[in-house]
Structure formats: C-alpha cells, structure tokens
Design a protein around this ligand. Structure first.
Ligand SMILES: Nc1nc2c(ncn2[C@@H]2O[C@H](COP(=O)(O)OP(=O)(O)OP(=O)(O)O)[C@@H](O)[C@H]2O)c(=O)[nH]1
Ligand SMILES: [Mg+2]
Length: 197
C-alpha cells in the first residue's frame, strides 16, 4: 500500500457510516442511481430480483446503500431491511406520473398510469408509517427528468403529499440517473442532513 492509499484509508476510517435504504417501484431507476453514484457502467442493468448493496464515499461519510428490487412480488421483503436505517431514499419515475396528469387534463384518463402513481404514493405512505423507519430523513428522487414527459419535482411532491410530512426531514430532488444530473445534489443533502443529527 502506498503512502497516499494509507492516508486515504486512515481518513476514511474516521468517516461516519450510514445505512441507507433505496426503495421505489420497479423500473423507477433505483439500481441506475446506485450505479451512477458508484461511477459504474449503467448500460446493462436488469430488474433487481433480490437486492444490491454498495458503499459510496461522500465527504465525511461512508454510505452503505441497500437497493431492493421494487417488483410487486418483492415488495413484501422490503421490511426485512428496515432495521437500523439512517435514511430512506425513495425513487419515482417522474415520466410515469406526467402521462397520467396530461391525459387527465383532457379527460381521457389512462387508468394504468393513474394506478401506477397511486401505487407508488401508497407504498410511500405505508413506508412512512413503519415504526422501524420512524424519524428517518426522506430523500425523494424525482428521476427520469431527461424525458420530455417527466413531471417537475414540485408536481411530484404535490402528488405525493410531501408537504404534510411533519415528523421527519424530507427533500425532493429532481434528477436523471441517465445523465447523472441532480444525483450529486441528493448526496449533498444527505451529508448536510446527517451531519446535523
Ligand atoms: N430516461 C431515463 N431512463 C432511466 C433513468 N433511470 C433509469 N432509467 C431506465 O429505467 C429502467 C429501469 O431502471 P432500473 O435502475 O433497473 O430500475 P429499478 O428501480 O432498479 O427497478 P427494479 O430493480 O425492478 O426495482 C432502465 O431501462 C433504465 O435505463 C433516467 O434517469 N432516465
Ligand atoms: Mg433495480
């Protein structure tokens, strides 16, 4: 080990470790976000059947991120990962919602899209009621902002009713895991929020 590596190791040894849970419906972009945080190739990602865990370094913190598959049949297992969670990241496919809003504006509701947004909203509401996640700060990534049909973050926040949250710190961050835009800003919020804890 070179001197630089040794210094780096000593420095990172002082970092505070955080256990972060990364949840959201299937296809929301969780694994893509995690890989882009870890600067890994994002071109061959397949639906997560179980979970992925990666450690991501951010100044002063070692983030141990647990990315659990979001398919309906996997969601009952989410609860197995709640224990000792320091922070919850919830990922939304912002383009899913916009389709619903657009169609509802012209009174032709695509009920599949409406259901999808209701589904993610409901899952999030249930998560926020979990005892084991009580008080854990919440970061919502309004992902897929590179798509023209993506709803802006404030609309996603409104749809999810985030304003009503009183018992934890929360933040919504617009991002695109594909272009990497906004992802780092999310990390910065995590560092800022967890420093104050
Ligand atoms: N356009 C666009 N596509 C994205 C973005 N993020 C992810 N995707 C695509 O969305 C699809 C699903 O991404 P994943 O990262 O596998 O989604 P996931 O939330 O991990 O899905 P599960 O593992 O099934 O729960 C992939 O085809 C990604 O390339 C984004 O920001 N923009
Ligand atoms: Mg995945």
């Amino acid at each position: 080990m070179g001197l630089l590596d040794l210094l780096r190791k000593m420095k990172s040894g002082n970092d505070k470790e955080l256990r972060i849970l990364l949840l959201g419906l299937d296809n929301a972009g969780k694994t893509t976000i995690l890989k882009s945080l870890a600067s890994e190739d994002i071109s061959h990602i397949t639906p997560t059947q179980g979970f992925n865990i990666k450690s991501v370094q951010s100044p002063g913190f070692k983030l141990n991120v647990w990315d659990i598959g979001g398919q309906r049949r996997i969601r009952p297992y989410w609860k197995n990962y709640f224990e000792n969670t320091d922070l919850l990241i919830y990922v939304i496919d912002s383009a899913d919602q916009k389709r619903f809003e657009e169609t509802s504006l012209i009174y032709v509701i695509d009920s599949a899209d409406q259901k999808r947004f209701e589904e993610t909203s409901l899952e999030l509401t249930e998560l926020l009621e979990e005892d084991k996640l009580m008080g854990a700060p919440l970061l919502v990534f309004a992902n897929k902002q590179d798509l023209l049909s993506a709803a802006p973050a404030d609309e996603v926040a409104k749809g999810l009713g985030l304003d009503a949250i009183r018992d934890r710190k929360w933040q919504i961050q617009a991002c695109s895991a594909l272009t990497n835009e906004g992802v780092k800003e999310g990390l910065d919020w995590i560092a800022k929020t967890c420093k104050k804890k």
